[in-house]
Design a protein around this ligand. Sequence first.
Ligand SMILES: NC(=O)c1ccc[n+]([C@@H]2O[C@H](COP(=O)([O-])OP(=O)(O)OC[C@H]3O[C@@H](n4cnc5c(N)ncnc54)[C@H](OP(=O)(O)O)[C@@H]3O)[C@@H](O)[C@H]2O)c1
Length: 297
Amino acid sequence: MACGTGEYRAVLYFCSGTDGYLGGGEAMKVRGTTALVTGASRGIGAATAKRLAAQGAHVLLLARDRERLSAVAAEIRAEGGTADIYPVDLADPKAAAAVVQSVLERSGAPDILVNNAGAGRWLSVMETDANELAQTMALPYFAAFNLTRELLPAMKRRGSGHIVNVTSVASRLTWPGATAYTAARCAVEALTNGLRLELGGSGIGVTLAMFGTVENDYWANNPGSRERVPGVAVVLPVLMPEEVGAAIVSGIEHDRRLVLRPSIYHAILIMSTLFPALVEWMMRRTGWHEGRAVRPA
Ligand SMILES: NC(=O)c1ccc[n+]([C@@H]2O[C@H](COP(=O)([O-])OP(=O)(O)OC[C@H]3O[C@@H](n4cnc5c(N)ncnc54)[C@H](OP(=O)(O)O)[C@@H]3O)[C@@H](O)[C@H]2O)c1
């Protein structure tokens, strides 16, 4: 087998567990599908929804802010796409169940579900009270879990489809001063892996979409977080929401197990697996710790 062929890469990625194929479903065309995207009022979710719509999906946009959802839907329609909005607070499991009923009545089961809605300030254990902790787990983890469970019966009846859970490289790399945030992103990864196993043979593929720093409103919405990005990360490329949206859609089309950007993180994650103490040392050396002045934003 020639080096560089799809099969060779598939075996390599499968063995390394760092990337690749085998999302558990089948390669799918986006055109003609219905795609539900959470956190679609801005940032990664809005960019993903626009990309899906541009490629011919009917998109269902979920988030709390009705005005922003309407603006995203208007942009999609102006480009010739179709979109419906569903304002909802996904931190409330009852509201999540109710919105699923509305979606099923209006549009039927979505073919594609992108669990992207998320928030979470970067705080140390001692800075995180029980209320803050509950909020950090509510979005993205509980929201993705609850919404997926509510939608799964209808998706399984169809016997095809794709679920994407969006997370941060924090689910594999830990840095100081953001412990509840990283734990919530680990939970999203565990949910994704469990789902893929439970859905084996169902025809529904499952992708974990994992990203480094994306330049968007996240940092303004979660004040104090940017200053805690470890110094070692400043040399890494920063992503724009549009390239993240494109990567997510490509992951759906190719039934990827993992979408990871920027690509240099493949090497970093291998390094962190092989030399965990070295990577932890770099995070500690260049990251937040109690009493150290934060780097300017
Ligand atoms: N930005 C980054 O550097 C980065 C990197 C890797 C991973 N991520 C992850 O990507 C996901 C999306 O982040 P983003 O960067 O696009 O952030 P963002 O610009 O702050 O967008 C967050 C989205 O989630 C929605 N949301 C928040 N709370 C919600 C709630 N209770 N109910 C419903 N929707 C809610 C927001 O809409 P409303 O306010 O209208 O509700 C918004 O649409 C997050 O899980 C984040 O951790 C971000």
